[in-house]
Design a protein around this ligand. Structure first.
Ligand SMILES: NC(=O)c1ccc[n+]([C@@H]2O[C@H](COP(=O)([O-])OP(=O)(O)OC[C@H]3O[C@@H](n4cnc5c(N)ncnc54)[C@H](O)[C@@H]3O)[C@@H](O)[C@H]2O)c1
Length: 379
């Protein structure tokens, strides 16, 4: 059994770790999820992958006690508090994450899953019912909601002086598939890519502004485009799909506007808070200086890359630590997550389903709430 260490790497006197199993031993898990476990109070009991060699190699590398090729066998044999799921699309081309999470909750374990949770709001609703019945929860690793800079921007957007969110814009280098590419996921790589990546900007929009009420979008010949969104909160948003941009470009820009204040996050790390304030005295035409009072000056944060601090690791800055740490905290306290729970997954999946409708008209997301609604594949 591995020895418990605290976040400084010091051996702990008492073992207060939760017991976790891990389904999926692939590239993303290797780079970004197993490595954060050592910074959290978790004891990795078992790994699982269809590929026995991978399951064994990951167990040995990351200090698990046993390994499996069937998650059902792992759930039956092991006494686990929680399971982390970082798998992928199944042989039908559908994301397996929420389905596996349901199996884990049925077996008495809380679940963390990677995105995309599902391609179907109906499936997420079923998972919500399982969660309700079993008293176990699922957190989806929408990492953008745990970016250090995004979390701070979110906090700022809740300040009284910010005045409430009136509008939001997000840029993201994803393409919107053409209508003829929106059949089955298995046969349409462009649709898989869209489902895979829409999660990122959609989770930011949901984190800041809550559920989307209506969507209008247009795409160009390379799949780039714009979406205009109305939120149930009354805020208005835009999502700029920058497919066609250079491979050397930054990917993301987020701007959240309040009333007399706004906050910008560029490239996921540079945060500028334009506090309520104004420029030099004298009024329009008569001000010799562009600089105003210090009390209203913009606040700017960016990382330094000199010190070997935890905060300088991509694992921390890009939210991988934050999402797992929040999950583990919730498991320890037996309380549902504050963000990125199944309700959020439902809203994000509803937005994906709305994009399956043809472009150029206002799409009401509330129609997706109708009990007789079936998604495009008929379940
Ligand atoms: N958040 C991010 O930054 C980010 C980045 C990259 C990938 N991802 C996501 O991570 C997921 C995994 O991506 P990847 O590139 O590591 O995929 P991968 O194919 O390399 O790894 C998936 C692994 O899961 C195993 N697996 C699948 N279903 C299983 C099951 N039911 N039981 C046991 N093992 C099973 C496969 O055998 C494989 O080894 C994807 O959903 C992807 O969208 C997220």
């Amino acid at each position: 059994m591995s020895i418990p260490l605290d976040i400084f790497g010091r051996p702990m006197d008492r073992d207060e770790r939760i017991r976790v199993g891990f389904i999926g031993c692939g590239g993303h898990a290797f780079r970004n999820v197993y490595p954060v476990l050592r910074f959290t109070p978790t004891r990795l009991v078992a790994t699982c992958d269809f590929d026995a060699q991978r399951a064994e190699a990951f167990a040995k590398t990351f200090g698990a006690e046993r390994h499996y090729t069937s998650h059902l066998e792992m759930l039956e044999r092991e006494d686990l508090d929680a399971v982390l799921i970082v798998t992928n699309y199944d042989s039908y081309g559908e994301p397996s994450h929420v389905r596996l999470a349901m199996d884990c909750m049925e077996a008495g374990c809380h679940a963390y899953t990677e995105k995309p949770p599902s391609s179907s709001s109906e499936e997420i609703r079923r998972a919500m019912e399982v969660s309700e019945r079993t008293g176990k929860f699922t957190l989806v690793g929408f990492k953008k909601c745990f970016f250090t800079a995004n979390e701070k921007a979110h906090e700022i957007s809740r300040y009284e002086e910010f005045g409430g969110i009136t509008s939001i814009s997000v840029r993201y280098p994803q393409g919107i598939p053409a209508q003829e590419q929106k059949g089955s996921l298995k046969e349409n790589p462009a649709l898989i890519s869209f489902l895979d990546h829409l999660c990122h900007p959609a989770s930011i929009l949901n984190y800041f502004c809550g559920p989307v009420r209506t969507l209008f979008y247009r795409r160009n010949s390379c799949g780039g485009g714009f979406a205009m969104l109305e939120f149930a909160s009354g805020a208005i948003g835009s999502l700029h799909f920058t497919a066609g941009q250079s491979g050397t470009s930054l990917l993301e820009r987020l701007e959240v506007v309040g009333l007399g204040a706004n906050v910008v996050v560029e490239n996921g790390i540079k945060l500028t808070y334009y506090r309520p304030g104004g420029r030099g005295p004298g009024g329009y035409g008569g001000s010799p200086s562009f600089i105003g009072d210090d009390a209203g000056a913009p606040l700017y944060w960016e990382p330094e890359f000199s010190l070997g601090q935890l905060y300088n690791k991509g694992l921390f800055m890009l939210g991988y630590y934050g999402e797992v740490a929040h999950f583990v905290d919730c498991v320890k306290q037996d309380r549902p997550p504050e963000k990125c729970g199944l309700r959020d997954a439902l809203e994000i999946t509803k937005l994906y389903e709305a994009f399956l409708q043809p472009e150029g008209r206002v799409i009401e997301l509330s129609w997706l709430e109708r009990p007789d609604h079936h998604n495009h594949r008929g379940f």
